[in-house]
Design a protein. Structure first.
Length: 277
């Protein structure tokens, strides 16, 4: 209460001081009134105006800084997503080119990684029995073999992809030298995503970099679809056959869209649709 009364008394004194000052100024001559007004402007108003200007400048600086931060964040996000977007666009363009070359007998589908069937090397495809998909339908990309449809629902299907241990493709070299089965390479670490080309006749020695394609034997995959390239030979101690390590042409984890070949298309073949690089 005492503090409040002191503040009230101070306010009253200030009011009376202003009233007295106003009366005195009114009694002065015009010249002296102008000098007094000039002094008030210099002593009171000018500092307040300068303070207001500084406050506005600070506000503008803070606003500009926030805008620059938002712009920088947006630029960083765009720079981070640009390579992925460019890669996805390149995949889609290549897939459109493959569709134009195939002309018929295929179903385009989105590919979403899945951990179903107890293994990470599976993908869910956005096409099922309603689109004519059946089990054992080959899944391909513009770069080559992706996998094989293992289960089908009405609107979706599940495919096993490299390096799933149950995925096997009969293969030969682009030149038709050597025949064998390509399957997963049972190793961990940096070699986990390599494939093995097993059962190649011992007489067929192939150089590193040789392209491997599907042979068409077995009727599941048509002949001529790229599988990968030889990167080395595995010493199995066999005098009758060789086993080669193969770098797959397709990394399914990097794919967002694929083509599923229909059974009639497999029967008709896809020769020369994947030309040698």
């Amino acid at each position: 209460m005492r503090g409040a009364s002191e503040e009230t008394r101070t306010d009253r004194l200030l009011v009376w001081a202003c009233v007295v000052a106003s009366v005195i100024l009114l009694m002065l001559s015009p010249a002296r009134q102008e000098r007094a007004a000039s002094a008030v402007r210099e002593i009171v108003i000018a500092p307040l105006a300068a303070l207001q200007v500084r406050t506005r400048l600070v506000q503008r600086a803070v606003t500009s800084y926030d805008s620059l931060i938002r712009l920088a964040d947006s630029t960083i996000r765009q720079a981070q997503t640009l390579p992925a977007v460019q890669a996805e666009n390149a995949q889609l363009r290549a897939l459109l080119g493959l569709g134009a070359a195939l002309q018929w007998g295929f179903v385009p589908a989105e590919a979403v990684p899945s951990r179903a069937m107890g293994d990470a090397h599976t993908v869910v495809l956005s096409a099922g029995s309603r689109q004519g998909i059946t089990t054992l339908s080959p899944v391909v990309a513009a770069s080559g073999v992706v996998g094989l449809v293992a289960a089908v629902e009405e609107m979706t299907s599940l495919a096993i992809v490299w390096p799933h241990p149950d995925l096997r493709v009969s293969a030969t070299s682009r030149a038709g030298v050597g025949f064998g089965i390509v399957t997963a390479h049972p190793e961990d670490g940096s070699d986990a995503f390599l494939l093995e080309w097993r059962g190649v006749p011992f007489r067929d020695s192939l150089a590193v970099g040789t392209e491997i394609v599907s042979s068409g034997v077995g009727g599941v995959f048509p002949a001529g679809i790229p599988i990968g390239r030889v990167v080395g030979e595995v010493d199995q101690g066999s005098a009758w056959s060789r086993t080669y390590l193969v770098q797959p042409a397709v990394r399914p984890a990097d794919l967002s869209a694929v083509m599923i070949l229909t059974i009639p298309r497999v029967a008709a073949g896809v020769d020369s649709l994947w030309p040698a690089p």
